[in-house]
Structures are given as structure tokens and as C-alpha cells.
Ligand binder design. Structure first.
Ligand code: B12
Ligand code: SF4
Ligand code: SF4
Length: 282
């Protein structure tokens, strides 16, 4: 069953006829890597401390969709879609804001194509006779913008639980295919063999955090939202969600509401497309 689910997700994303970037005419996303966590793993309770007290466990997310006492065990499927190199490379050259290709990928790729495909994957799991919910795409999902940014379902933390990677100095989630990835998870009652977490700690894949080297993302940020002590989410958010970003997205044919994104700290850096502590990848 695990291999069937993995192949189904990979095929649905990669080979979908709409997996085509409007400007580059290449793919939005490469073949996703799919990881599995045990939905009852105790690490999910820890996320109430490191993410927010409202952060849901997989059981809570499942029961929000299917009702109290409906959860009898299951798995969390985590899909990590690498962004096509044409988009990554275009963003490397930028210094002040995202490239046109990145801006279109943010709107038509992340918000439209990626989210729609995962709604369809949830439906496919239902058709196989199982229950499934993608918490980020559900009505219960919340982003908190109080003194700092947080949410009640952080895809990066869920991906960490499934052994997909670790965090960087700039908060980016760094996988074996780097930080230029998009993550979505699904809680299901299908029981599958979980993947194991092998990293020493939650920042092992970052050169700065693990070896005191690099810091390239600090120089890449156009609004100085990153320094030796980490990432200022408010400064970042004002830029990423700001009027300039929305205007630029609209000008280049992207989606005004979602803005252009930025991702300069994820491109032109050693963790862009590989785990920089392993020196592999292409
Ligand atoms: C709110 C939000 C934002 C906010 C806040 C980001 C943030 N750091 O939280 C703002 C507007 C700043 C933002 C910006 C961007 N975002 Co955003 N955003 C989100 C969203 C909706 C929720 C994030 C969330 O819940 N954060 C929770 C907080 C607590 O996380 P955190 O502060 O990073 O966590 C730290 C602590 O927990 C700490 N920690 C301390 N102790 C411990 C112990 C353990 C065991 C662990 C695991 C961790 C831990 O480690 C973390 C890193 O320091 C997610 C989608 C989702 N549902 O997850 C996308 C998401 C995080 N964004 C994404 C992207 C791509 C972007 C942008 C590049 C914009 C763009 N698209 O062009 C920038 C990049 C900014 C950056 N350098 O990370 C991707 C991330 C991909 C990746 N490889 O990291 C996501 C996952 C969307 C997706 N589905 O793929 N985003
Ligand atoms: S650019 Fe360097 S310091 Fe910044 S997150 Fe990547 S590996 Fe860490
Ligand atoms: S996404 Fe852009 S604004 Fe936010 S930290 Fe990275 S480089 Fe800075």
C-alpha cells in the first residue's frame, strides 16, 4: 500500500497536464519525494511547544474532519515537491525581489496547481475506501499573526516528523533536495510503515547551525530579515505579503492576492537544491 500511494502521488503531480509553468513551459515541480509518519508519534505533541499551543496532532486534525472518537490510528503522508530548476535559476539572479518565474510559480503553481492536485489526491484516497484529510487545505486551518507568525498545522514540522529534512538559519526546511520545495501533508487511516528520523537534531542540515559555516542567506535577504540569530518573520512577511509583492505579481500575470513570494534566501545559496552538509545533488 505504501508504494502504491507514493507512486500515485508522484504520478499525479509530475505527469499532470497542468504541471507546466506558463512562462518557462517547463514543469512547475519535479517528482515529489513522499514520506510517511506514524500518526500517533509522540513528536506531534511536542509541536504545541515549538509551533503554537493550538497546533493540532494528526488525531485532532482527523477528528475535526470525521468527528469525535473517529481516529483509530493511521499515517501522515508528507509530499515534498522540488521546484523546477528553471524557476530556481531565474531567482538566483535576483537581488531586490523575486523573478517573474518565481512570482508565477507562487500563484499559479503553489496556490492553484499544487493545492488542487492534493485536493484530488485526498478524493482518490476516499475512492480507495479510506478516510483522509489535508489539514492545511481544510476549513480548520489557521495562521496566527500575533507577536510572531505561526499556524495550527505547520507543514515543515510535520515533514520533520516524517524524516524529510531539518530547519535552516533562515527557517527554511532543508531536505536532501534542498530548500526550494513545497510541502503538503495528508492524515489518513491507512496504516503504513513510517520512515525514520535520522538527523541529529532539528537544524542538522544547515551549515551555519551545524558547523558554524555559510550564512549565505543573510546576504541574500533584500530586507535584512536574517542575521546570525535567525529569521525576523515580521520583516519577511511585510515584504512577502506586502503591496509591492502584490503589485509585481499582478504586473507579470501572476495572482495579485498571493503576491510574488520572494525566496531569495532559498536560491543562490548552498542549500538551494541539496543538503549542503552532504555535498550531493546536481
Ligand atoms: C505563515 C507562513 C509564512 C510566514 C512565517 C514563516 C515562518 N517561519 O513560520 C512568512 C510570511 C514569513 C512566510 C514566508 C515564506 N514562506 Co511561508 N508559510 C507559512 C505557513 C502558512 C505556516 C508556517 C508556520 O506554521 N510556521 C510555524 C512556525 C512556528 O515555524 P518556525 O518559526 O519556522 O519554526 C521554528 C521553530 O519551531 C524551531 N524549533 C525550535 N525548537 C524546535 C524543536 C523541534 C523538534 C523542531 C522540529 C523545531 C524547533 O525551528 C523552526 C525554525 O527556526 C506555511 C504553510 C504551512 N501550513 O506550514 C508556509 C511555508 C512555511 N512557506 C513557504 C515558503 C516557500 C515561503 C517563502 C519562500 C515565500 C515564497 N513562497 O516565496 C518565504 C520564506 C521565508 C523563510 N525564510 O522561511 C514554504 C516553506 C518551504 C521550505 N522549504 O521551507 C511553506 C511550508 C509552504 C509550503 N506548503 O510549502 N511564510
Ligand atoms: S544558506 Fe547556509 S546558513 Fe542559510 S539556511 Fe542555507 S545552509 Fe543554512
Ligand atoms: S523570503 Fe525574502 S524577505 Fe523573507 S527572509 Fe527570505 S529573502 Fe528575506
Amino acid at each position: 500500500m505504501k508504494q502504491q500511494i507514493i507512486r500515485q502521488i508522484q504520478n499525479h503531480i509530475f505527469n499532470h497536464p497542468e504541471n507546466v509553468h506558463p512562462l518557462t513551459k517547463k514543469k512547475f515541480y519535479e517528482i515529489p519525494d513522499v514520506f510517511i509518519a506514524d500518526a500517533s508519534d509522540k513528536i506531534f505533541e511536542k509541536f504545541r511547544k515549538v509551533v503554537s499551543p493550538e497546533h493540532m496532532t494528526p488525531e485532532e486534525a482527523f477528528e475535526l474532519a470525521y468527528g469525535k472518537n473517529s481516529f483509530k490510528g493511521g499515517s501522515v503522508i508528507v509530499s515534498v515537491s522540488p521546484i523546477h530548476e528553471t524557476v530556481r535559476i531565474s531567482n538566483r539572479k535576483c537581488k531586490d525581489m523575486a523573478s517573474k518565474e518565481w512570482a508565477l510559480g507562487r500563484g499559479h503553481g503553489d496556490e492553484v496547481f499544487h493545492k488542487n492536485r492534493f485536493k484530488e489526491i485526498v478524493t482518490q484516497i476516499h475512492e480507495m475506501g479510506y478516510r483522509a484529510v489535508a489539514p492545511w487545505l481544510s476549513e480548520g486551518f489557521r495562521v496566527f499573526r500575533t507577536d510572531t507568525f505561526s499556524s495550527n498545522w505547520s507543514e515543515r514540522h510535520i515533514a520533520y516528523a516524517a524524516g524529510a529534512g531539518t530547519f535552516g538559519l533562515n527557517d527554511s526546511f532543508i531536505t536532501e533536495k534542498g530548500a526550494c520545495v513545497r510541502i503538503i501533508s495528508i492524515v489518513t487511516d491507512i496504516l503504513m510503515e513510517p520512515d525514520t528520523r535520522t538527523d541529529k537534531n532539528h537544524t542538522a542540515n544547515c551549515l551555519f547551525k551545524s558547523k558554524g559555516l555559510c550564512g549565505a542567506c543573510i546576504k541574500r535577504c533584500p530586507v535584512k530579515a536574517i542575521d546570525d540569530s535567525g529569521h525576523d518573520k515580521m520583516k519577511c512577511a511585510l515584504f512577502v505579503y506586502g503591496e509591492g509583492s502584490k503589485k509585481f505579481a499582478a504586473e507579470v500575470g501572476g495572482i495579485e492576492k498571493t503576491g510574488s513570494g520572494c525566496g531569495l534566501c532559498q536560491t543562490g545559496v548552498p542549500c538551494e537544491y541539496r543538503n549542503p552538509t552532504q555535498q550531493t545533488g546536481s
